[in-house]
Design a binder for this molecule. Structure first.
Ligand code: NAP
Length: 249
C-alpha cells in the first residue's frame, strides 16, 4: 500500500505559508488536486498555485477568512464544482496571540478561539454533507502539543487546540458509520513564521525539552498528513498523532 493520493481532491485551510504550504506541496506531489485558503498573502498564494501547475499538478487558491462560515460554504462549493469531489479536508489555519492571563485582552482570547477552533467547525460542517454523499472522507485537524500539555502564556491557544481534539473525537464518532475518518495531528515545535517570533532563550528551552533534540520541519508534518489522507490509514479514526520529536511523552 502506497501513500498515493492520485485522483483525490484535498482542501487545506491556511495553505499560503508554513506548515500549510508544505502540506499543499506534498499532497500535490502525491497526485492530489489541491485547493487551499489563505487570509492575506495574495502573492504567496499565487506563487504556490503557479509552482504546482509548473510541476504538472492542479491547484486552486481562495482568499477566505477561516472565521467566516458562509465563505467556507462558498469555497467548498467551488472546489467540488471544479474538481468533482472533496475527499480530504485539512484544517490547518491558525494564529497565536500570546500573553499571560493577567495581561490577556478579551480580543486576544476571542481572535485565537475563533481562528483556531471556530474555523474547524466551519469547514468541517460545510464539507460534511459532500463527504456523507460520497460515503468516504478524511478530515485532518492540526492541533498542537500545547493543546495536549498546556503552556504558560498560551491559555487562549492551548484552549483552542485542546478544543480541536475534543471536537475531532466527537465528530469521528458521529460520522464513522459513513466511512468518514477524523484525526488530529499535534505538532511540536516546527520552524515557521509562527515560531520565528520566539527569542533564542525560549527556543533553547524548547529544543532541550524535545527528546529528538531539534526543531521539526514543516514537511515532517506534511508527511503525517499524507499518511492520514491516504487509504493506507483506512482503519484509523479519532486518533491524536503527536509529531513532536517526543516532546509530549
Ligand atoms: P504560519 O506560518 O503563521 O501560517 C499560518 C497560515 O494560516 C497562513 O497560511 C495564514 O494565511 C493562514 N491563516 C491565518 N489566519 C487565517 C484566517 N483567519 N483565515 C485563513 N487563513 C488564515 O503558521 P504555521 O506555523 O504554519 O502553523 C500552521 C498550523 O500549525 C496552525 O494551526 C498552528 O497552530 C499549528 N501548529 C504550529 C506549530 C509550529 O511550531 N509552527 C506547532 C503546533 C501547531 P496568510 O498567509 O494569508 O496570513
Amino acid at each position: 500500500m502506497s501513500f498515493s493520493l492520485e485522483g483525490k481532491t484535498v482542501l487545506v485551510t491556511g495553505g499560503s505559508r508554513g506548515i500549510g504550504k508544505s502540506i499543499v506541496l506534498e499532497l500535490a506531489q502525491a497526485g492530489a488536486n489541491v485547493a487551499f485558503t489563505y487570509a492575506r498573502s495574495v502573492e504567496a498564494a499565487e506563487d504556490l498555485v503557479q509552482e504546482i501547475k509548473d510541476n504538472g499538478g492542479k491547484a486552486l487558491a481562495f482568499q477566505a477568512d477561516a472565521v467566516n462560515y458562509e465563505r467556507a460554504e462558498e469555497v467548498i462549493k467551488d472546489v467540488v464544482a471544479e474538481f468533482g469531489s472533496l475527499d480530504v479536508l485539512v484544517n490547518n489555519a491558525g494564529i497565536t496571540k500570546d500573553n499571560l492571563i493577567m495581561r490577556m485582552g478579551e480580543d486576544q482570547w476571542d481572535d485565537v478561539i475563533e481562528t483556531n477552533l471556530k474555523s474547524v467547525f466551519n469547514y468541517s460542517k460545510a464539507v460534511i454533507r459532500t463527504m456523507m454523499k460520497q460515503r468516504k472522507g478524511s478530515i485532518i485537524n492540526i492541533s498542537s502539543v500545547v493543546g495536549v500539555s498546556g503552556n504558560a502564556g498560551q491559555t487562549n491557544y492551548s484552549a483552542s487546540k485542546a478544543g480541536v481534539i475534543g471536537f475531532s473525537k466527537s465528530l469521528a464518532k458521529e460520522v464513522a458509520s459513513r466511512n468518514i475518518r477524523v484525526n488530529v495531528i499535534a505538532p511540536g515545535y516546527i520552524t515557521t513564521d509562527m515560531t520565528g517570533k520566539l527569542d533564542e532563550k525560549v527556543l533553547d528551552g524548547i529544543t532541550s525539552a524535545t527528546p529528538l533534540g531539534r526543531a521539526g520541519e514543516a514537511v515532517e508534518i506534511a508527511h503525517s498528513v499524507q499518511f492520514l489522507a491516504s487509504d493506507a490509514s483506512s482503519y484509523i479514526t479519532g486518533v491524536v498523532l503527536n509529531v513532536d520529536g517526543g516532546m509530549a511523552m
